[in-house]
Design a protein around this ligand. Structure first.
Ligand SMILES: Cc1cc2nc3c(=O)[nH]c(=O)nc-3n(C[C@H](O)[C@H](O)[C@H](O)COP(=O)(O)OP(=O)(O)OC[C@H]3O[C@@H](n4cnc5c(N)ncnc54)[C@H](O)[C@@H]3O)c2cc1C
Length: 429
């Protein structure tokens, strides 16, 4: 291994070469200095550490994480590079010391745990850390309000964005060349773990992680004209195309949300815009809103009471916890949803709302426990959206109506009147 200086690129939730400003900057720095570039990621952990202690990660979610890293590794290999895995932030720091690193580039993630990771990497270090926010549609300087005044209520946020005619920041061109890695470096590359979807999963059998698959999936969804049907189908409980299933690609950063909107705009130019195609943008605005709310409120969002003045009377240690997680509550629709979640790593938005409301309102559970279970099971786990939605339903976040209750019996009548979804998950309806 050389003793010459080196630049590290640390992939976090941005496993792509397209529209990746942080990676583009890292390459420019390494190229200018004539030094090698090492691409690094932290191995996915088998467990998540949460409010309710250590939870085993769902099998599909874990496989998806491994396969995402492996897909990027193969993309890098085609350019004479590789992805090197480290176990945790301490080993990343030790590696940087060993390699005489001058710069570490990465995506900036405005969440408490991720901010602590960067602090652990920077305190007393000899390198400079360069972070780039790159998972949202807009940069802070594009917003029509200061970050400290991001509207709390979604409608006010969306209307201000639309009034300012904001659509998305211009995506950057994909990276085509990467400087070589340090010579004689012993790589620990990600293993090729297969993702096998459950036969009843809403994720189609050919839905695979990685940038190439993600781009193909979105292009196919557009080419099939699904955006013009989205408004009518989006509340279905299962199936392959009732919603876009962009969430897994956006959560892992295998697709840039800015590229998604650029392609949606091109679709509307070719095929005309409709209320339905607009609604995809509308939903992406929800994602965007939760991201900026985290920028504004930070760690406050993780308190038991969220943004409310008082903590609601909910049982932190809830005796129905295991029943809810396993889908054994006795409420047929809830049990079907929770079984789908565990078996597939995915759940429709409607079912997420229904099972979350049941945990909060019918079982009196703590929102942080529910959010932790989702985090451990979902392939598209995204802390911004997960926390934002749980707080919203609990009435501790941005809902102007102070929370939502989804009556499971009414939801069965409205969305599963013939019991098809319940039967799909082994519940006789
Ligand atoms: C309790 C709860 C927890 C959730 N946890 C997550 C999570 O961890 N990760 C995650 O990506 N989404 C989460 N969501 C939001 C939403 O359910 C999923 O994004 C959506 O169901 C994913 O399917 P899709 O990509 O087909 O969505 P589509 O209906 O096709 O929507 C397109 C995109 O818009 C965004 N979007 C849609 N609805 C929402 C929403 N309510 N909030 C934020 N963004 C939205 C997503 O990026 C989604 O991919 C959660 C919702 C609830 C109610």
């Amino acid at each position: 291994m050389t003793n010459s200086p080196c630049v590290i690129y640390w992939f976090r939730r941005d496993y792509r070469l397209d529209d990746n400003p942080a990676l583009t900057a890292a390459i420019a720095t390494a190229t200018q200095a004539g030094c090698p570039l090492l691409a690094v990621a932290i191995s996915p952990s088998r467990t998540t550490n949460s409010f309710v202690g250590e939870l085993d990660r769902g099998a599909t979610a874990l496989a998806w994480a491994h396969a995402t890293q492996n897909a990027l590794h193969r993309q890098l290999q085609a350019m004479g590079q590789q992805l090197h895995l480290v176990t945790d932030i301490t080993s990343l720091r030790q590696l940087a010391e060993r390699l005489h690193v001058t710069h570490i580039f990465c995506e900036s993630i405005a969440l408490p745990y991720e901010t602590d990771e960067v602090t652990a990497l920077s305190v007393g270090a000899n390198w400079s850390i360069q972070q780039y926010p790159q998972s949202s549609l807009f940069n802070a300087d594009m917003l029509p309000f200061p970050v400290d005044d991001v509207p709390l209520v979604f409608t006010a946020f969306r209307q201000a964005i639309e009034k300012a005619s904001l659509r998305a920041a211009q995506p950057l061109a994909p990276v085509r060349q990467v400087p070589p890695p340090p010579s004689n470096f012993e790589f620990n590359p990600p293993a090729g773990v297969p993702v096998v979807h459950h036969p009843r999963s809403s994720m189609a059998p050919d839905r695979m992680p990685g940038e190439t698959g993600a781009r193909r999936h979105w292009a196919d969804y557009l080419a099939a004209g699904h955006p013009h049907r989205y408004f009518e189908t989006r509340n279905q409980l299962s199936g392959h195309h009732f919603s876009s299933q962009l969430s897994v690609d956006l959560a892992w950063g295998t697709l840039s949300v800015r590229r998604v909107v650029e392609m949606l705009d091109a679709f509307e130019m070719r095929n005309g815009a409709s209320k339905s195609s607009y609604w995809l943008w509308f939903e992406l605005m929800w994602r965007e809103h939760f991201r900026w709310l985290h920028q504004r409120f930070g760690v406050k969002l993780f308190h038991a009471r969220g943004l409310a003045k008082a903590t609601p009377p909910r049982r932190v240690k809830n005796p129905r916890w295991t029943d809810w997680c396993r889908g054994e509550t006795g409420q047929p629709l809830i049990d079907a949803g929770m079984r789908e979640l565990v078996n597939t790593g995915f759940l429709s938005n409607r079912m997420r709302q229904i099972v979350a409301s049941y945990w909060l309102n019918d079982l009196g559970g703590d929102w942080r426990a529910g959010a932790a279970w989702f985090e451990s099971q979902l392939c598209d786990e995204d802390c911004f959206s997960n926390t934002g939605n749980w707080l919203y339903i609990a009435g501790l976040g941005s809902d102007p109506r102070g929370g939502r209750r989804f009556d499971p019996v009414k939801q069965m009548r409205d969305h599963d009147p013939a019991g098809r979804y319940q039967r799909l998950w082994g519940i006789s309806a």
